[in-house]
Ligand binder design. Structure first.
Ligand code: SF4
Length: 214
């Protein structure tokens, strides 16, 4: 059954509280923070990003920094040896290939080491305010549970979402889903009985019918 996306987004906005999406206005910081966020908790990403940017602000500085110091600064983010080498290489390439600026183009972003579609889309949305749909764990999980998409990979989820979510909602979509995923549609034990979306949710329908026929 086709989902009423406006209805679903409206319910999410009300439940999740939805301040407008804040663009960081610093695409480089968004890019590095998203790389640091891989496989770590938000609070650790925030701490590592803060420590790094208190010391260094632009690609040229990070490309010239000592690897040992970068590792210490970003240590809270986990996998800090790999990530330190990666952000140094990304910074070097930004200086050499893009005059020290973060490109605003998907293909160019994807050409940077360790930058996949989620990171590139985060840079477009949160760094440049350009409509895109970053698919993180929350977006992937909730979209599939509700039945907005039936996808096996984040890339497939992104492609299908681009077909069902109106472009005017792309900027807010990730932000809204992340907030909803932290408060209501939790990874384990989603709070379905507090969720207004349940009449529109495939996961909930499946749970209800399973219990009915027990
Ligand atoms: S009904 Fe449950 S599974 Fe469906 S969106 Fe709400 S919390 Fe998530």
């Amino acid at each position: 059954m086709r989902k009423d996306i406006s209805l679903i987004l409206g319910k999410m906005r009300r439940a999740a509280g939805s301040p407008s999406v804040v663009s960081d206005a610093n695409p480089f910081r968004v890019l590095i923070a998203t790389v640091l966020s891989q496989r770590t908790r938000d609070e650790n990403t925030a701490k590592a990003t803060r420590q790094l940017f208190e010391r260094y602000r632009v690609p040229k500085e990070i490309s010239n920094a000592r690897l040992a110091e970068l590792r210490e600064l970003i240590r809270p983010s986990g996998f800090y040896k790999v990530k330190a080498a990666r952000i140094k290489e990304i910074s070097r390439q930004l200086v050499e290939r893009f005059k020290g600026e973060v490109p605003m183009d998907m293909e160019e972003l994807l050409s940077l080491p360790g930058v996949g579609r989620k990171t590139a889309n985060c840079v477009l949305v949160y760094g440049f305010g350009k409509p895109a749909i970053p698919v993180d764990v929350h977006v992937n999980r909730i979209s599939n549970r509700i039945g907005l998409v039936r996808a096996k990979t984040p890339e497939q989820t992104e492609r299908e979402l681009m077909g069902v979510v109106p472009k005017k909602n792309w900027l807010e979509f990730n932000h809204l889903m992340v907030r909803y995923g932290r408060r209501i549609c939790l990874p384990r034990n989603p709070k379905c009985m507090q969720c207004e979306i349940r009449p529109n949710c495939n996961h909930f329908s499946a749970v209800v019918s399973k219990n009915r026929f027990k």
